[in-house]
Design a protein around this ligand. Structure first.
Ligand code: ZN
Length: 259
């Protein structure tokens, strides 16, 4: 179950326009963006709390923010068939409630650790990665992927006799326990019929949707300010549904009146 104790409001207030979402998400400091969004829409003053949450809890909360903001219960995602001679792009709708329910439970977030069986009768105990870990790893670039993976495992390892070659089994165990982090969706390509497990960057998708929302809000304010002379504060004080009706009226004026 997700964590019902964490309260969030919809994204869309004046202060939300200050969060720098108009960036290239591939280059962006995503951990900082996610924390800023959750902190802003979670009442502010609790950034340390959000940094300390497991990555999957943060993604689950970000998805809840999209659901609240867009008043939707599904998330559309465009997938691309991985078959070499196909490459078809197709869209699927992911049910948000089901996704959010897959975030780690709060008891795990508080420190229920993963005990992982390894070859040769060995065991290792790991904790789940948190926002603080992501922030820390970003500041310490590594020469190779193998070095980076070793550093990650070293941070998360609580005990256990690990050997080179355990990384894949450990990553698999974490992914199974915290499925939103390395999320994938089983799909059938509508063009070639291939059945594949396709990766979905849920965090990137949610950030993209909220960035779109922010651009939309700026446009709304621009239109309402230009047309009615409202201030930013006045424009954003109008509830979203009513604001959309004013924008439609302005668009109708610009287009020569109602059809
Ligand atoms: Zn295909």
């Amino acid at each position: 179950m997700p964590t019902p104790s964490i309260s969030l409001r919809a994204f869309g207030r004046a202060e939300d326009l200050d969060i720098a979402l108009d960036v290239d998400l591939l280059q962006a400091d995503r951990p900082a963006l996610v924390t800023a969004l959750l902190d802003c829409c979670g009442g502010k003053s609790n950034a340390a709390f959000w940094w300390s949450r497991p990555v999957g809890v943060r993604i689950g909360a970000l998805l809840r923010l999209v659901a609240l903001t867009e008043e939707t219960d599904t998330l559309g995602v465009v997938l691309r068939c991985v078959q070499a001679d196909c490459g078809e792009r197709f869209e699927v709708e992911l049910p948000l409630a089901e996704l959010m329910a897959r975030a780690p439970a709060e008891r795990d977030a508080r420190g229920e650790h993963l005990r992982i069986a390894l070859p040769g009768g060995r065991f290792a105990t790991l904790r789940l990665p948190t926002g603080d870990d992501l922030r820390d790893w970003r500041t310490r670039p590594h020469a190779s992927t193998a070095d980076a993976v070793a550093a990650v495992i070293d941070t998360l390892r609580l005990d256990g006799d690990l050997q080179p070659g355990d990384a894949a089994a450990l990553a698999e165990a974490i992914a199974a326990h915290d499925p939103l982090v390395a999320f994938s969706v089983a799909s059938t390509c509508p063009a070639c019929g291939a059945e594949d497990e396709l990766p979905v960057d849920l965090e990137g998708l949610a950030l993209h949707r909220l960035a779109q929302r922010q651009r939309g809000l700026l446009l709304d304010v621009h239109q309402l300010a230009s047309h009615y002379g409202w201030t930013e504060e006045q424009a954003l004080a109008v509830p979203p549904r009513r604001r959309a009706r004013y924008i439609a009226l302005i668009d109708n004026d610009a287009g020569g009146g109602l059809p």
